[in-house]
Design a protein around this ligand. Structure first.
Ligand code: XBP
Ligand code: MG
Length: 262
């Protein structure tokens, strides 16, 4: 009997490597379409990823570059328009199946579903981005596997605030100790841990490797597949050779037994 009831996944960088070759070119296409000479190359985008949320990231860029709008221009409206353009470009990329799921993600979702473990998403990106990604990764009806998709502007504060994970827990009707969270970044790890999700799995990517993931008990370079083991940076998988339900149950018991021992 597995000791946990739900898996809660971040999206960008966790279930798919969306940032460098997805969101970033979509931002640049929006800037060009709006007649702006802004260009976010991969290193600059990596710095801007310190701020979650596309609209917040644009504002952060403008402030750090000292970009001033004309007096009659409303900054919120200007940013919202750029972000709508960006989302349109990003959705177009997703609709062409441009961005696959990371290794092990669909396998783990299938295993969880077969075992009666509930699935949820807690992400900073927009709900339509999540729906379009899930609709084009080769598994029909995938969005329907999720009991909860908590995404975007539905909470007052984005990651590293815990709000979106708290909303997912509320909508699941579960306690943090019933769940295991999956993230890729320092902001995401902070958000999950501050929501009480101590059973936290980090899968790093080129932008996040080396970041501070707090007390995350399991940090790897991917979830892996049977016969294609991930590189484990913190923690261990026990008898498993990839992140499967047995490895997750072991992690969940370790974290919660530790909590009981406190
Ligand atoms: C990552 C984010 C998002 C994306 C861009 O979200 O911070 O803002 O970078 O998407 P997460 P939007 O890791 O929580 O999935 O432009 O739609 O915000
Ligand atoms: Mg992420």
């Amino acid at each position: 009997m597995l000791g946990f009831k739900a898996l809660i996944f971040d999206v960008d960088g966790t279930v798919a490597d969306t940032e460098r070759d997805g969101h970033r070119p979509a931002f640049n296409a929006a800037f060009a379409e709006a007649g702006l000479d802004w260009h976010w190359d991969p290193p600059l985008y990596g710095e801007l990823l310190a701020v979650t949320g596309g609209k917040e990231r644009i504002r952060f860029f403008m402030e750090r570059e000292g970009i001033q709008l004309d007096l009659e221009q409303d900054a919120d409206a200007f940013i919202a328009d750029l972000h709508r353009r960006k989302t349109r470009h990003y959705l177009a990329m997703l609709s062409e199946g441009a961005i696959p799921l990371r290794p092990g993600v669909l396998r783990l979702w299938r295993e969880a579903r077969e075992a009666g473990i509930r699935l949820a998403i807690a992400t900073t990106t927009t709900p339509e981005n999540v729906a379009e990604l899930l609709a084009h990764v080769g598994e029909r009806g995938l969005a329907g596997w999720f009991d909860v998709i908590a995404a975007g502007d539905v909470v007052p504060a984005k990651k590293p605030a815990p709000d979106i994970f708290q909303l997912a827990l509320d909508r699941l009707g579960l306690a943090p100790s019933d769940c295991i969270a999956f993230e890729d970044s320092d902001n995401g790890a902070r958000a999950a841990l501050d929501a009480g999700l101590r059973a936290l799995v980090i899968t790093t990517n080129a932008y996040t490797v080396g970041q501070d993931f707090g007390d995350a008990p399991l940090i790897l370079d991917q979830l892996g597949e049977p016969g294609a083991s991930p590189r484990v940076l913190v923690g261990d998988l026990g008898e498993s050779d990839c992140v499967d339900l047995n490895a997750l149950d072991r992690l969940h018991r370790q974290v919660n037994r530790g909590a009981e021992a406190l």
